[in-house]
Design a protein around this ligand. Sequence first.
Ligand SMILES: [Fe+2]
Length: 273
Amino acid sequence: MKCARHWLDCPSSLTHGNMIQRVIFTREDPKNPHNEGAIMRVIDSFARAYLEPGVSSVPHVNEGIQETFFVIDGSGTLVADGHERSIRDGDGIYVPPGVEHTFVNNGDTPLEFLIVVELIPDGAEVESKTANIKNYRESNLGMGHWKHIVHDVFSGSPYELIHDKKNRMVQRHAILVVLMDPMQTSDSHGHITDKDEIWYMLKGEGVHVVGDEMVIHKPGMAIQVAPCDPGHSLINHTEEPLMAFYIAAAVYRVEDDGSYTRVLETLPEVCDS
Ligand SMILES: [Fe+2]
């Protein structure tokens, strides 16, 4: 399945100086259509990364880019614009453009992250001037697709691009932690060409049906399920609960009056095998 990649199958590189990352998916590259993993429409990069114990990242500032981190495992400290804050597993960390940030692994185990990198859309203003941290455990439970139990991390509606007043980020996605009990099947639904939707399995495993293919979705594997029509469905066929990280992002255009229009793109299908 072209849309499925395990992080250990991806080449490693450095980010933020001392973070070792494996970039799983990147934005599609029409000039290089065979670039493996280049299948996203909206999100520029989706990676897994870690800092070894006792290691700090190099202070880093992005311009025109927002970064969202999700702490998979370990604990440490985020230094953002000179302010120190503890971070732990389950934390979502939003870093807007222009904010210097450093991660410190002062624990005894690797500090592991998922990293989502997005270019700020032309004309969009970034209201937040500071980093924002929110643990998924702090949010109320919700339901999705009948059998998904979801914790919001940073989300408004996945169908709106707004300056999310709650999280003060350029909001063009839902970021969730999804739990699914044993022997449960979510409903099947389709996705068209104007969004990215990535599922990264954190714990447990399931059968992920995407279009007319299916794969055993194991921990460490990411699957981009959009565009796929007919749709996709995640099935927990095991006797253990599963836990997944989810991000959905849609394509928007910023109008002259500052409003946003969701753009239906007619790009070629990239999700065929
Ligand atoms: Fe979906």
